[in-house]
Design a protein around this ligand. Sequence first.
Ligand code: URA
Length: 237
Amino acid sequence: MTLSRYQFACLQRMGIDVWLARTTAPGDEAELMPGIRALEVSAGSPAVMDNHRELDTLREQVAGCTRCTLHETRTQTVFGVGDRQADWMIIGEAPGADEDRQGEPFVGRAGRLLNAMLLAIGLQREQVFIANILKCRPPGNRDPEPEEVTACEGYLNRQIELVDPKIILAVGRVAAQNLLKIDTPIGRMRGQRYQYGKTGRPVVVTYHPAYLLRSPLEKRKVWQDLQMAMRIYRETA
Ligand code: URA
């Protein structure tokens, strides 16, 4: 894989040493942004406007949700953010303290690392859609309870339908297991191509950026996962 100068810098920011063959020089930025979908429908088309309106309605429903007890302790719901026609959807676990305060997913330290991971494959945060399995913060950042996941999953499923991404990246065990409805350990999920529900959209699993902050040596594996995801995206898009 040829790396642009920009991707090279992003990998360095993630703390990954990149060894280049003598013949391979970081290229120019022309190679960047492979994740931009050539719009099949224009941004203002009625179908797109309908989808945007439905996402707005869904956001309002989520904001008033009382389906599980997490509504008692949240500051606000965290619906999701990004391009509503994104090719790439990133799915995490649940809001943490920073996200609960700001109402946006992945805004803390883990979020900054997620941004760097995306940049490493040429994607700006604004080009993807980011959501979580849960829309409310579990107190003390504990793992989501099964009844909380069940209460929230209709929202995520609808978000996926409306955004209709070409590929989904599940970050972390909780996101991957709940999205795919399997209990395979994350180490064994990596490197596999899964499919989401009936849509058959490809799903790639990688480690959660918060785990990478604790285990930086695993960043190399994430880089492999991201490269695999990009290969699958290029094949399918
Ligand atoms: N971790 C997640 O899984 N999601 C967030 O939004 C923040 C941290």
